[in-house]
Write a protein of this length. Sequence first.
Length: 209
Amino acid sequence: MGRLQVIDHPLIQHKITLIRDKDTGPKDFRDLVGEVAMLMAYEVTRDMAVDTVTVETPIGPAVGKQLSGKKVGIVAILRAGLGMVDGVLRLIPAAKVGHIGLYRDPNTLRPVEYYCKLPPDVADRQLIMLDPMLATGGSACAAIQFAKDRGATSIKLVNLIAAPEGIHLVQTTHPDVDIYVAAVDERLNSHGYIVPGLGDAGDRLFGTK
């Protein structure tokens, strides 16, 4: 079964508290989501492969480490996942970015795909899939399956806040996918929202209702 890692760094937890606050406006919300995504990316990429190399400093030769192995692909689950992309790109500027568009049917709560555009070499990349909220898990599982259908073999899922129900569904449906979250909340309510959560992440990012 895929690993669940809760990243409880004090800076991340402080910013998550600000993100949850209903009085945090769209600009500050966007900034905070990007900052948390960047901080989380340190842990998400901790196991990236490196080679030992020698470089010349102004003083003389130095032995250091250089990234090797699979290149990175960032996949935003639209639309809220867009808020996390820039934060990860600050650390991995050479990564290619894909997008998967899903919306949740308000009656069935099941995901419906409307867009999918991934890097053509997705099979050769370590994919980091981004969505602030892991609620029912339906959208995440569908997005992961879309990526696998297009050849992806190495996927990590990164969420700010998750519900136990969503974690369970991803782990049982895609046991090869590791999940990274900043907080695991209590449960889902009858509308499929995380309690206490932070509301609708997309609306809060973009100032919509």
